[in-house]
Design a protein around this ligand. Sequence first.
Ligand code: ZN
Ligand code: ZN
Length: 216
Amino acid sequence: MPFTIALGALFSMFLWGGKSEPSKSRVIGIQPFEGIPEAHVDETKAALERYYHYTVRVLPERKLPEGAFTNVKSPRYRADKLLRFLEEILPDDCDHLLGLTASDISTTKYEDFETKRIKEPAWKYEDWGIFGLGQMPGRACVVSTFRLKGGVDEAKLRERLRKVACHEIGHNLGLPHCAKSEKCFMRDGAEKIATVDAESEVLCEHCAATIGVAVR
Ligand SMILES: [Zn+2]
Ligand SMILES: [Zn+2]
């Protein structure tokens, strides 16, 4: 299946592959990467179960793949490479696999996704730190807590984590960024954590109807 990749909570240009199938029973795997606290894995699992009502299975912890490491601006892991890695290790009994890391992750931000023209200034956007990245639609997504931590308490960090995890799984289910509602968690993060903080923890009616999830 050809995958279009939607870039995390911070990127708004991608191809829309059409409506996904209405909600059916699915299994989401969580792949914890070394260094992520168990409490954050549990928080993510509970949020996905509560919101999507899918079965969520936590896999044994792994090290981040060395091949995804980069040091263009600072030591980070390339999110697109992590998605390929997650696809490779996706267990047969999981429909989606969400990688969860405390390390910084990055991607290249394009002005035009088709021609791969990097957004200007290119030095800034060639290796751009993000909260998460998810295939749209697709089977793999990755979430990093690295950029969710700044200056907030644990409760706020966990709220951000729940929103970003639900956002990236939303991309996997075929949802593009939402322009219908300021409160919808599928809104484009637009490079700011403030956007995530302004979101609610539910989809707007339009997005919910698109993937057949009841608005709760
Ligand atoms: Zn997004
Ligand atoms: Zn929406």
